[in-house]
Design a binder for this molecule. Structure first.
Ligand SMILES: C[S@@+](CC[C@H](N)C(=O)[O-])C[C@H]1O[C@@H](n2cnc3c(N)ncnc32)[C@H](O)[C@@H]1O
Length: 212
């Protein structure tokens, strides 16, 4: 019998050629941490639903999720995507040239927390997608909640934190600091006075919040 995930994957997560090429090119085992096609499609849908034109992504890797989002952007849309590993930033730029609407995507190199303050001048933003080091999720949210427009979206990936948030338990893989940051992130975004929000039971958990 098929699982629900297989059914969704087969019916809704058709991966266009360019997207498949990006994922196939990420052969280094350490690099196989892009969102799955289902989540790429979901991000594209969110971008399209709110008519986003200005997006920030924290955590570029090889450009897979950015490329999904770029495919819902209008011609004058832009994505600023932040990556601290030069090798990954280089790969992403190559991928954007080949497979994305390259003029829409700017890779900002270096530690995200160092670069976000300068990026504020380009805002406010329609959608901010957080998909980088878990320990800084609460810090990224501090920046995002000021720099997303009213009605815009803050989206966080991996927000189950490998299930550590469920019972508030550290594991071999999840230290106390990352657990505390993710609990803070989800709890703040669940506040109905500030956000209309939901946590989606994607494989890794995706928290989606519209700023009120
Ligand atoms: C899960 S991957 C991003 C996946 C990508 N969003 C996708 O789905 O295609 C996380 C990325 O964040 C980068 N990263 C981690 N910590 C960072 C930091 N402090 N500043 C900028 N980038 C960081 C990592 O090098 C890695 O490429």
């Amino acid at each position: 019998m098929k699982t629900r995930a297989q059914y969704i994957h087969e019916l809704f997560a058709h991966e266009p050629d360019g997207l498949r090429a990006i994922r196939s090119a990420m052969t280094n085992p350490d690099d196989q941490i892009s969102v799955p096609p289902e989540d790429g499609r979901l991000l594209q849908l969110l971008v399209s639903m709110i008519g986003a034109k200005k997006i920030v992504e924290i955590g570029t890797l090889g450009g897979y999720s950015s490329t999904w989002m770029s495919r819902a952007l209008p011609d004058d849309g832009v994505i600023y995507t932040l990556e601290h590993e030069p090798r990954r930033a280089n790969i992403a730029e190559e991928h954007f040239k080949k497979y994305a609407a390259g003029q829409h995507i700017e890779v900002i190199r270096g530690r995200a927390l160092d670069n976000l303050p300068d990026l504020s001048s380009k805002g406010p933003f329609d959608l901010i997608f957080i998909d980088a080091d878990k320990i800084n999720y609460a810090n990224y949210l501090d920046w995002a909640e000021v720099n997303v427009r009213r009605g815009g979206l803050i989206v966080g990936d991996n927000t189950f934190l490998f299930n550590a948030v469920l019972d508030n338990q550290t594991t071999d893989r999840v230290r106390e600091t990352a657990l505390a940051a993710m609990q803070d992130f989800n709890t703040r975004l669940a506040n109905p006075e500030k956000y209309l929000s939901m946590m989606l039971d994607t494989g890794q958990g995706m928290t989606v919040a519209k700023k009120l």
